[in-house]
Ligand binder design. Structure first.
Ligand code: SF4
Ligand code: SF4
Length: 203
């Protein structure tokens, strides 16, 4: 008969005293290591809706949908946990100090209905052009740009008007009734084509 090695004996005695090495899950909840890289999740407060994460995601696990209803726009950001490969590229590229989307300790990814449960969403408010109603970007993104460039914000009517609205200095529901083919429209929140149209004229 082959005798057990000393190491095997030691392991057997240790297991008798300490209990099994394996996790008792599912009898007891499993707590992963603090450095575990689990499901990626958006942080609605930190995310500014810039779409950089969607641009860099190698597996197409991030998407967005813009909707405009009754003059109000909203961007829905979507993260699909069933196609995410946990590479961390989105977190590395996130302009909001890498906190708009982050790994979490959530590891349980099983679900019954893939179409309804395999994704999470957040919503961001959109800034629309005051002339044509086209989408300019997320309001939080404009605020982020204004904070980054500081006083240079005053070189762009769109940025400083959006910033004043955000600060509550001007009411976003107040619209100028003056239409003088461009001049008063220039001091408005405009998309690029409308900005061009109010600045340049052709004969
Ligand atoms: S972790 Fe990688 S695959 Fe998953 S959403 Fe982020 S970039 Fe995409
Ligand atoms: S702020 Fe970060 S999480 Fe939000 S859209 Fe931009 S890159 Fe993605």
């Amino acid at each position: 008969m082959k005798l057990p090695k000393l190491r095997e004996l030691l392991e057997a005695v240790t297991a008798l005293i300490k209990g099994p090495y394996t996790s008792p899950f599912p009898k007891k909840p499993f707590n992963p290591h603090p450095n575990f890289r689990g499901q990626y999740k958006f942080n609605e407060q930190k995310c500014v809706g810039c779409l950089a994460c969607e641009e860099v995601c190698p597996s197409g696990a991030i998407a967005h949908k813009d909707e405009v209803v009754n003059g109000k726009g909203a961007r829905t950001m979507v993260h699909y946990s069933d196609t995410c490969i946990f590479c961390g590229t989105c977190e590395a590229a996130c302009i909001a100090n890498n906190e708009g989307i982050k790994t979490s300790l959530e590891w349980e990814l099983s679900f019954f209905d893939r179409k309804k449960e395999s994704f999470e969403t957040i919503k961001k408010e959109l800034q629309l052009c005051e002339l044509c109603g086209d989408i300019i970007g997320c309001k939080d993104h404009l605020k982020w740009i204004a904070e980054k460039i500081g006083e240079l914000t005053f070189s762009s009517p769109t940025l400083y008007q959006a910033r004043l609205q955000d600060l509550g200095v001007i009411d976003e529901n107040l619209k100028s009734v003056v239409k003088d083919q461009g001049r008063s429209d220039r001091i408005k929140i405009l998309c690029a084509p409308c900005r061009r149209a109010t600045t340049l004229t052709t004969n």
